[in-house]
Design a protein around this ligand. Structure first.
Ligand code: HEC
Length: 67
């Protein structure tokens, strides 16, 4: 799923960007933004956080007030 955007069922994963922009091409995978390493990146004012266990297994930080 992370690198190829394919679900365990074999179907392509659907991406929703900015809440309402839907991409069904399967080209936009987690790796596209969080990078292959999972370390994340910063581009302009967009900060893509690293993917780590703490973030994956926590409620969305925007609801917890973590910057
Ligand atoms: C279009 C780019 C993009 C794609 C594709 C993407 N992400 Fe993200 N992700 C982001 C950005 C940007 C943020 C930070 C959002 C924010 O701060 O509101 C984020 C935040 C996160 C967070 C942290 C949420 C939090 O609590 O702070 C996790 C975990 C995450 N992404 C996992 C994933 C996984 C797993 C996938 C693939 C299924 C994925 N992302 C695909 C851009 C992306």
């Amino acid at each position: 799923m992370y690198r190829n955007g394919v679900l365990p069922s074999g179907e392509l994963m659907q991406s929703v960007v900015k809440g309402d922009i839907v991409d069904e091409s399967g080209n936009l995978t987690c790796m596209s933004c969080h990078l292959r390493s999972g370390f994340g990146t910063t581009e302009g004012r967009v900060r893509t956080p690293p993917i780590d266990g703490k973030r994956l297994y926590s409620p969305l930080s925007k609801f917890k007030g973590i910057p």
